[in-house]
Ligand binder design. Structure first.
Ligand code: G6P
Length: 612
């Protein structure tokens, strides 16, 4: 979704802004722009539809924009098509105020109509322009720019992260936040705002996360923050732990490939602090034991791939805990009057920690009395901060839109938590506990074995990249895994794909199987292997070509049936999806590569979805 970066210091602002925007590209966007204020109080803007290199070319073809204070933006269109005019920054009618905005101003039509009656002419179709125009209107009565900003914020409904420049204050940048991510960066003689830390990590690791209702005034001398009542706020500083290389490709062709390859290390980071001598420990949790014992159901709430983690989690957690577990799409949950109460544990799963639907679902669950535990990758993100307890995945920054290492780490963390909770409740089978914990320690190494077979995945990609439609089938955990495999393929290769519970095929879907249809069959879940074989035979006998993913112990059997087999090491069934997902990620990757797709930035998709 939209990305914001802002700078005030002693260096020329434009290169800092462009570098920051480039690092935010992964969030997804369709246009970009920058604005700077020159020392002689001249506000200059350049913005256009398309990728950042289009903006760079425009900037190079004109005299440089002078100024050491500026704001930049990458826009993911919601209100108004992607074009030059609708791109940010938006400028007020008199050309003295520029604004970048992330989020949606829900009452924009009403404000627009009010201002139009006052004679204001709007240039764009966006909701965001009303902020710039309303600021100009409120500035007329204001002595201090902050008076105008507070007067505007009082009238805005919806979500916003804002960066504001005033031509008359060439030393100052103002930021405000409500329900959309924005952080502050503290440098030496320079200050920053950004949608996330990747944009500014090359300049500073010292950050503070803005809270809802806060307004910040940035100058090169420092940052002052005020709450919604304009009282000064002392911000807690955080030191970003990862370095700039973690957010760069490091010689790989794509972030997605790099992040797939980082999975063994990411899993180690997730597992090792919570597994000591075969014992699971979650010291970071503050969840009281009486509360833990009182839960009578669990909700797993998420979007996209994080929802698919929940699908796997349902099978594992119900098996470990013998408690009902419901998996919910956050966008549905929030409007479904969920039956959450004080005895409900609500686990919100989110890589970014900023997904708006997941955030709204969290608030709905809290309103109904649920205890909120979140599984999040981005430290300090909104979901993490609003939860009663948070488990960080420690996967490091994930840049490719299609998630891989974040999915894997969420998956293993949820399984570990479920088993830990079962043990606390005295419901864990000791043999199962010992087997899972033993396998957890081996999991990163086994994953390395799966990653070593890239030639096989590349070969399969080259054989099947030109298909119009690919099916995924599986049972139980393999069904949940197929959902993620199918989504990966759709996201980055644009091939139509569906995933089905294999036992359900004969109730309709089998009519779609024709001679030559490609079916990716997942048969890694040992207890139902024979059933999976029957389903493969069913599609084979209707002419399907089958690529089967199975465990090494069952490979010989599968080789007799499938056209191609992908072996993965055996592990405990609860952890098998962690190994099974990797061939699916790499198959999708190589198919997309053959088709010449923009793998890291698929069309229409965004990494962090901060609108409804
Ligand atoms: C977007 C991303 C997906 C992600 C989903 C949920 O759609 O493209 O990869 O799974 O959002 O994001 P979250 O950050 O909440 O896990």
């Amino acid at each position: 979704m939209c990305g914001i970066v802002g700078y005030t210091g002693s260096d020329p602002a434009v290169p800092v802004l462009l570098d920051g925007l480039e690092r935010l590209e992964y969030r997804g966007y369709d246009s970009a722009g920058v604005a700077v204020v020159s020392p002689d109080k001249d506000l200059q803007i350049q913005k256009c539809k398309g990728r950042l290199n289009v903006l760079r070319r425009r900037l190079e073809s004109q005299p440089p924009l002078e100024g050491t204070v500026g704001i930049g933006h990458t826009r993911w269109a919601t209100h108004g098509e992607p074009n030059d005019v609708n791109s940010h920054p938006h400028v007020s009618q008199n050309g003295r105020i520029a604004v970048v905005h992330n989020g949606i101003i829900e009452n924009y039509a009403e404000i627009k109509e009010f201002l139009q009656h006052k004679g204001v002419h709007f240039r764009s179709d966006t909701d965001s322009e009303v902020v710039a125009q309303l600021l100009e209107y409120c500035f007329a009565d204001a002595v201090d720019p902050l008076d105008a900003v507070y007067a505007v914020l009082e009238r805005l409904e919806g979500a916003y992260a804002l960066g504001i420049l005033c031509a008359d204050r060439p030393d100052m940048l103002i930021a405000a936040r409500k329900d959309a991510p924005l952080l502050l960066g503290y440098g030496d003689g320079e200050s920053f705002i950004a949608s996330d830390a990747t944009a500014i990590i090359a300049h500073t690791r010292d950050v503070a996360y803005m809270a809802d209702g806060e307004v910040a005034v940035l100058t090169r001398a420092g940052i002052q923050v005020f709450d919604e009542y304009r009282r000064p706020v002392e911000k807690e500083h955080h030191l970003i732990q990862w370095d700039v290389a973690a957010a760069e490709k490091g010689g790989y062709a794509h972030f997605m490939f790099k992040e797939i390859m980082e999975q063994p290390e990411a899993l180690r980071q997730t597992i090792s602090p919570r597994l000591r001598d075969g014992v699971l420990c979650f010291e970071e949790l503050s969840l009281p034991e009486e509360k833990l014992r009182a839960f009578d159901r669990i909700y797993l709430v998420a979007c996209g791939s994080s929802y698919h983690v929940g699908m796997v989690g349902k099978y594992n957690l119900e098996r470990f805990l013998r408690l009902p577990v419901e998996v919910c799409l956050a966008s549905e949950f929030r409007y479904s009057a969920p039956l959450v109460d004080q005895r409900s544990l609500v686990i919100v799963i989110s890589q970014s920690g900023e997904t708006l639907d997941s955030m709204a679902a969290l608030r709905e669950a809290r309103r109904r009395g649920g205890y909120i535990l979140s599984i999040v990758n981005v430290v300090g993100s909104s979901i993490a901060r609003e939860s009663d307890d948070v488990l960080y995945t420690w996967a490091g920054p994930e840049i490719a839109v299609a998630t891989t290492k974040a999915y894997s780490t969420q998956l293993v963390l949820l399984t570990m938590f479920g088993l830990w909770m079962a043990d606390k409740l005295g419901r864990a089978d000791p043999a199962d506990y010992a087997a899972v914990t033993a396998e957890l320690a081996l999991l990163p190494g086994k994953l390395e074995t799966v990653l070593a077979a890239t030639d096989l995945y590349q070969y399969l990609g080259s054989q099947y990249f030109n298909r119009d439609c690919i099916f995924y089938i599986g049972r139980n955990l393999d069904y949940a895994l197929g959902l993620e495999g199918s989504l990966k393929l759709k996201e980055i290769s644009y091939i139509h794909s569906e995933s089905y519970a294999a036992g359900e095929l004969k109730h309709g879907t089998i009519s779609l199987i024709e001679p030559g249809t490609l079916v990716v069959a997942l048969a890694t879940y040992g207890p139902l292997f024979d059933k999976a074989v029957s389903n493969i035979v069913e599609v084979k006998s209707r002419g399907a070509q089958v690529v089967a993913v199975t465990t090494e112990s069952r490979l010989a059997q599968m080789e007799k049936i499938a056209d191609h087999t992908i072996p993965i090491p055996d592990t405990h069934p609860a952890l098998q999806p962690n190994l099974g997902v990797v061939p699916l990620q790499l198959f999708a990757y190589y198919v997309a590569l053959q088709r010449g797709c923009d793998i890291d930035k698929p069309k229409n998709l965004a990494k962090s979805v901060t609108v409804e």
